[in-house]
Design a protein around this ligand. Structure first.
Ligand code: PMP
Length: 428
């Protein structure tokens, strides 16, 4: 079933570390052969062996409208005829900045970069430069990219591969990264007390997607906002996964909590390599060339990435019923999974908001990294493979959220629920 992928994987390993360009893709933690994808359309991925999969990764979030969406493909094709990069300003960048500002709360100025890592790294540098403080607070199991400061108690691949300390991250950097359990406001307050006047920012995934999907408990984000106001700490919301997905204005709009700075990633390029950070004018004005907090990028604002993202975001702005549909589909999937999981007799928890959802095989509620890690990870791996064999492609780790896209049909969701029912019998 996976012969062509296996051959490609063997070939890849000779030239690429672990055969992949991003670790979670290697299937190392779930075992088996990573699928080499040949193409994708709508809600489906096709691998090198010609197998078809219903895609719940959506390129880790951005493919909200599905793959190879006609107007986006056309826009990219048209722009490519006029060159792929200029290294000079374009009107398209202004259109993009204006569109994002019109859709999202609390974004006065926005700077484009080329990845989520860059966006978060730059936002933290700005928070440090603006406050003159060195320390940051992040949450166990949250992932903000692979910049040194974020690899302390990180989620996503760092959690999947159970890497406790990342070699190459200096003790000095680690010492400036303070961590607290997600949803534990008291722990954050304690850190703020112990390091009074030293904390530049709190960075958080407002809905976590890198330890499975984990929702903020009522009052948690509001409490962080208040603490930041009291202590002069910059509140950074990492909306790399939630931005333009949970609502046109992201988690800020959906949950009604304001950030000082916000970061975006792949979603604003409709899957092209892109990211951005933005926020309050008084803070953003410290970025070069206005201020001395230096940040730059040859490919920042790349025209292909801009036209792809602009085309998608404008569609999302003009057709808000997409969000209603996505939510209805996710709730339908959720109730179907609920039914077959309950019938299986296995302990489980489903966490979901908007079109983000995940299943943990856990008796206890999953509200932070510890409770996610206490779930039955081995069972998840078997569930993953059983579904994969039935043509359903989940993220290959219990520490990732699943993402729905608008191209999914009710028949796809029914097929997924039926496949889950069969798979659960297999993993019992
Ligand atoms: N922040 C979050 C919340 C993410 O999920 C990710 C990647 N999945 C990043 C930052 C880093 O983005 P990138 O991989 O584009 O550098």
């Amino acid at each position: 079933m996976y012969e062509a992928s296996q051959q490609l994987f063997d070939r890849a390993k000779a030239s690429i570390p672990g055969g992949v360009n991003s670790p979670v893709r290697a299937f190392k933690s779930v075992g088996g052969t990573p699928l080499f994808i040949k193409n994708a359309r709508g809600a489906y991925l096709y691998d090198a062996d010609g197998n078809r999969y219903i895609d719940y990764i959506a390129s880790w979030g951005p493919m909200i409208l599905g793959h190879a969406y006609g107007p986006i493909v056309e826009a990219i094709r048209e722009q490519a005829l006029h060159s792929t990069s200029y290294g000079a300003p374009t009107e398209l960048e202004i259109d993009m900045a204006e569109l994002i500002r019109s859709m999202t709360p609390n974004v006065d100025l926005i700077r484009m970069v080329s990845s989520g890592t860059e966006a978060c790294m730059s936002a933290v540098r700005l928070a440090r430069g603006y406050t003159g403080r060195n320390k940051i607070i992040k949450f166990e199991g949250c992932y903000h990219g692979h910049a040194d400061a974020f690899l302390v108690k990180a989620g996503s691949g760092v959690a999947t591969f159970n890497i406790q300390t990342v070699p190459g991250v200096t003790a000095g950097v680690s010492a400036d990264t303070l961590t607290a359990p997600y949803n534990d406001l008291e722990a954050v307050k304690t850190l703020a007390r112990e390091h009074k006047g030293q904390i530049a920012c709190i960075i958080i995934e407002p809905v976590a997607g890198n330890m499975g999907c984990i929702l903020p408990l009522p009052g948690f984000l509001e409490g962080l906002r208040q603490l930041c106001d009291e202590e002069g700490i910059i509140f950074i919301m990492d909306e790399v996964m939630t931005g333009f997905r949970l609502a046109p204005g992201g988690a800020q709009q959906r949950l009604g909590v304001n950030a000082d700075l916000v970061t975006y990633g792949k979603v604003i390029g409709a899957g092209m390599p892109v990211g951005a950070f933005g926020g309050k004018r008084a803070i953003m004005e410290h970025i070069a060339p206005l201020g001395n907090v230096y940040q730059a990028g040859t490919l920042s604002g790349n025209p292909i990435a801009m036209i792809a993202g602009f085309t998608m975001l404008r569609l999302l702005r003009d057709q808000p019923d997409i969000y209603t549909r996505l939510e209805e589909k996710t709730l339908y999937l959720r109730s179907g999974l609920d039914r077959v999981l309950a019938a299986s007799g296995l302990p489980y928890r489903i966490n979901q908001l908007g079109s983000m959802i995940s299943v943990h095989f856990s008796e206890a509620p999953v509200t932070d990294f510890a409770s996610a890690a206490a779930s039955d990870i081995e069972r998840f791996k078997r569930f993953f493979h059983a579904l994969l064999r039935r043509g359903v492609y989940l993220p290959p780790s219990a520490y990732e959220s699943w993402f729905l896209n608008d191209a999914l049909t009710m028949a796809d969701l029914d097929a997924t629920i039926a496949a889950a029912e069969e798979s659960l019998r297999e993993v019992l």
